[in-house]
Write a protein that binds this ligand. Structure first.
Ligand code: FCB
Length: 455
């Protein structure tokens, strides 16, 4: 296939040591929700709230990966992956979030790591992909500063057990999405709709990241530490370029992107005055020394990219937020989720990071990118999505952005949060009635791409 561009043909030639992977998360695939001493997470609770998840789906069984990880690693082996990004379930390891450790939970990840290494695949665990122990939520969750301390203690526990074999670690997954969907709008667990009062959940997650980074470095010599941020280029509709629209776009960029990247890479928070910040409560949340903890050097920035965000000035400025989400007028192709397919948004994200952070930007890893498509094995639309985005990342690399790896979301169809099993992101189709896994056309395509990059 040749792309429409004249400056990059398919396939791009990426460096020989470029890392190819797939990405998953514990609650979305493991199942075994109540097994081997695992504690409840906020998602175990949230899925039982009537109306919270489409059709009342739950992750109780999901892909049953807890019992079928050998089969799943065999699939990864067939893809020829270099690395696998998965997440550790905090309540499987520390059932109440703090204190007593459950050895059977650690044993599971120990077996998983060994099986990956046997298959020649580098384990790349994320410590937190949204499944907070419910006991910690009962004490305020990420609104409570203590959660950051508990997170660091949990990081030390897993580092102690896995750090002899695991070198690349990701602390948090998408703290923006967890703060906004979980605490701001209540559409994800823990289902709190606090709007701007959710902001302390940003700071405490970032503080948890910083404290966990120190814990990992103490325990794991040579650890490579990343965080995965959801990054979006913020766009204006072409019919709406007033000063108010630009201000709204800038305010949205501050909340979605800079609130999370600036403290990590610059050691400061962005201008949040559009949100009435800093107000006295925020000043009480951010304490002396916190920003230095958060800005501890990173070995890589994980970027999760799905699509741009279109913003207009708020129709009702008194409603609380200084922006409205908008739809583009361009007739972009859409994924099954309805998300516009905009590969050049990935180039824009990457070159934008380089422009803003310069030498403070560590190497970048695309830790998620992929699309939901209708069920079925012939998923040319997914192949087009992935090839477009890999071309887009190659363009950013040609413009000087240091990108080291690409993990597609996802290996398997899985539990897609509030959408339940309705959105299918897998290179491998899963029949949730039988747990039968069947590789799609995109699976063979990704396998061939990886092989060609090595030849
Ligand atoms: C990301 C999440 C991931 C998955 C994809 C589709 O925001 O990190 O768990 O749900 O979206």
């Amino acid at each position: 296939m040749t792309t429409s561009s004249t400056d990059a043909t398919w396939p791009p030639r990426l460096p020989a040591d470029f890392t190819w992977g797939v990405s998953t998360a514990a609650y979305q695939i493991e199942g075994a929700a109540d097994e081997d001493g695992k504690g409840a997470s906020i998602w175990d609770t949230f899925v039982r709230r009537p109306g919270a998840v489409r059709d009342g789906h739950t992750g109780d069984v999901a892909c049953d990966h807890y019992h079928r990880f050998d089969e799943d690693i065999a699939l990864m082996g067939r893809l020829g992956l270099d690395a696998y990004r998965f997440s550790l379930s905090w309540p499987r390891i520390v059932p109440t979030g703090a204190g007593k450790v459950e050895p059977r939970g650690l044993d599971f990840y120990d077996r998983l790591v060994d099986a990956l290494l046997d298959a020649g695949i580098e384990p790349t665990p994320t410590l937190f992909h949204w499944d907070l122990p419910q006991s910690l939520e009962d004490q305020g969750g990420w609104l409570n500063r203590d959660t950051a301390e508990h997170f660091a203690q949990y990081a030390a526990v897993v580092a102690e057990r896995l750090g002899d074999r695991v070198k690349r670690w990701i602390t948090l997954n998408e703290p923006f999405v967890h703060m906004s969907f979980g605490y701001g709008f209540g559409v994800h667990a823990p289902g709190r709709a606090l709007l701007l009062d959710a902001l302390p959940a940003a700071h405490h997650q970032l503080l948890g990241h910083g404290l966990a980074t120190a814990a990992l470095r103490n325990t794991v010599p040579g650890a490579q530490i990343l965080i995965s941020n959801n990054c979006t280029p913020v766009r204006l509709r072409s019919d709406a370029r007033s000063d108010e629209d630009s201000a709204a776009a800038s305010a949205y960029d501050a909340l979605h992107n800079r609130l999370f990247n600036d403290p990590l890479l610059l050691g400061s928070y962005p201008d949040l005055s559009a949100y009435g910040m800093p107000d006295p409560s925020w000043a009480g949340v951010v304490r002396d020394g916190d920003l230095a903890t958060i800005a501890a050097p990173l070995d890589g920035l994980g970027v999760n990219y799905y699509n741009p965000t279109w913003i207009t000035a708020p129709a009702d400025p008194a409603a609380g937020l200084p922006f409205d989400l908008a739809e583009p007028e361009e007739p972009y192709e859409r994924t099954a989720f309805g998300w516009p397919v905009v590969p050049d948004g990935l180039t824009a994200v990457l070159t934008g990071l380089k422009a803003r952070y310069g030498d403070a930007l560590p190497p970048v890893w695309i830790t998620e990118n992929g699309c939901s498509q209708p069920a079925g094995l012939q998923d040319q639309a997914r192949i087009d999505y992935l090839s477009g985005h890999i071309t887009a990342l190659a363009r950013a690399m040609a413009q000087g952005v240091d990108v080291r790896g690409y993990f597609t979301w996802s290996l398997l169809d899985n539990f897609e949060w509030a959408e339940g099993y309705h959105q299918r992101f897998g290179l491998v189709e899963v029949d949730f009635a039988t747990q039968q896994r069947t590789p799609r056309a995109s699976f063979a395509w990704y396998r061939d791409l990886i092989a060609a990059q090595r030849s």
